[in-house]
Design a protein around this ligand. Structure first.
Ligand code: PLP
Length: 397
């Protein structure tokens, strides 16, 4: 059978191919970007930069937001302003997109991998507590990892797939052990934990506006914090650490991590549509769940009683023994009819750069990595297209 071409960006769904997760550009994007072009405010400062920062902070409920060129850059800057030092250790889930782990290495610190929970697939507070209690020791006013001899300085929870981490549990653990909390909310924008938006719990948080995220600027990110000094430092570091408006004076090593006014204009328009995007994602999630819940061997993504999930990336588990086919088998079947699905990430400790880093009992991450499959869930996914995906899953085995 011939494999149909995936839809080109911007072309309406024709039944030929169903992409995994496409941007939806249906608001004031053209108008705001045109305004940048017409006024010549196209580069690294401008009213849309200020407006996006104001609106993000207001939405999440933090004092400050500072926009960046990517989510990865935002994580890098977040770790720097939080004072994470070379040879410090940072606790991070084993099951995540790799960006936050790379950012930990950018500042010379080391990841220690924690497992995720079986129900909601987020970093498991109980195992984090177990690690801190059994593997670490207080000495000279700091927490030390017994086996590595390094200082444990921070925890970096990652809200994956649109579902929040249990931030009340993480925040309580961080308080007990005096850890800094750096939230990776790149996949969590709009999700809530006990009524509060993710991104407001940590000492600092990072967002991403990459093309597949719930809102996009083409590429972009932001940090969120209530700490005014950190926010100012983030702006400074992302602007080449420029100390003087006229003379080229730099007291520190800086970065060119600023988001352009054009991208910020894109972001302001997208942010106006966030609620609509979330409503679409939740509708898609419900439609998958209504049918697939009764399919033997398929386990649907769930939402904790204390959580409001955006269902940013709809993901199922394919239990091979019951379903009769592995997640990778189903991935191939879907691919044959032009439907793009995708496995979750391989556990990061299995990646060559991180093989020598410590992991603390990450069995669940391994199992999920084997069984999970993300399904088409673009904001613009047509019901007929979704029905087609469901039919293939029901009939493939
Ligand atoms: C997308 C993503 C990032 C990085 O964002 P970029 O904007 O692509 O650099 C970081 N963390 C997680 C969990 C992500 O999904």
């Amino acid at each position: 059978m011939a494999v149909p071409e995936p839809n080109a960006p911007g072309t309406p769904f024709t039944g030929a191919g169903i992409p995994l997760c496409e941007p939806a550009i249906r608001g004031n994007e053209w108008r705001y970007i045109k305004e940048c072009l017409d006024t010549n405010w196209v580069s690294s400062v401008g009213s849309f930069v200020d407006r996006l920062e104001r609106e993000l902070a207001a939405l999440i409920g933090t004092q400050h937001a500072v926009v960046m060129v990517s989510g990865t850059a935002a994580l890098h800057i977040a770790l720097l302003v939080a004072g994470v030092q070379p040879d410090d250790e940072v606790l991070v889930p084993a099951l995540t997109f790799i960006a936050p782990v790379n950012a930990i290495r950018y500042v010379g610190a080391w990841p220690v991998f924690m497992d995720v929970d079986t129900q909601f697939w987020q970093i498991d507070p109980q195992k984090v507590q177990g690690f801190l209690k059994h593997e670490c020791v207080w000495r000279n006013g700091a927490l030390w990892n017994r086996s590595s001899g390094r200082r444990v300085h921070a925890i970096l929870p990652v809200h994956i797939l649109g579902h929040p981490v249990d931030m009340d549990a993480i925040t309580e653990i961080a308080r007990q052990y005096e850890l800094i909390v750096i939230e990776d909310a790149a996949e969590g924008l709009g999700a809530r934990c006990r009524g509060r938006m993710v991104g407001c719990f940590g000492n600092v948080a990072a967002l991403s506006f990459n093309g597949n995220k719930i809102i996009t600027t083409g590429g972009g990110g932001a940090i969120l914090t209530n700490n005014e000094a950190w926010a100012r430092k983030a702006k400074y570091l992302s602007t080449q650490a420029k100390d003087d408006a006229v003379e080229y004076i730099h007291q520190e090593i800086g970065y060119n991590y600023r988001l352009s006014n054009i991208q910020a204009a894109f972001g302001v328009a997208q942010l106006e549509q966030l609620e609509r995007h979330i409503a679409a994602k939740r509708r898609i999630a419900r439609a998958y769940k209504d049918v697939l819940t009764d399919c033997s061997g398929i386990r649907c993504m769930s939402e904790a009683s204390w959580a409001y999930s955006t269902f940013w990336m709809y993901t199922i588990l394919v239990l091979e023994a019951q379903y009769g086919m592995s997640s990778r088998g189903l991935l191939r079947e879907l691919g044959l009819v032009g439907i793009t699905a995708r496995p979750l990430w391989r556990p990061i400790p299995e990646s060559p750069p991180y093989r020598n880093c410590q992991s603390y009992h990450c069995e669940v991450a391994q199992r999920l990595s084997r069984d999970a499959l993300s399904l088409p869930c673009s904001v613009g996914l047509e019901p007929a297209a979704q029905q087609r995906v469901i039919e293939v899953i029901l009939s493939a085995k």
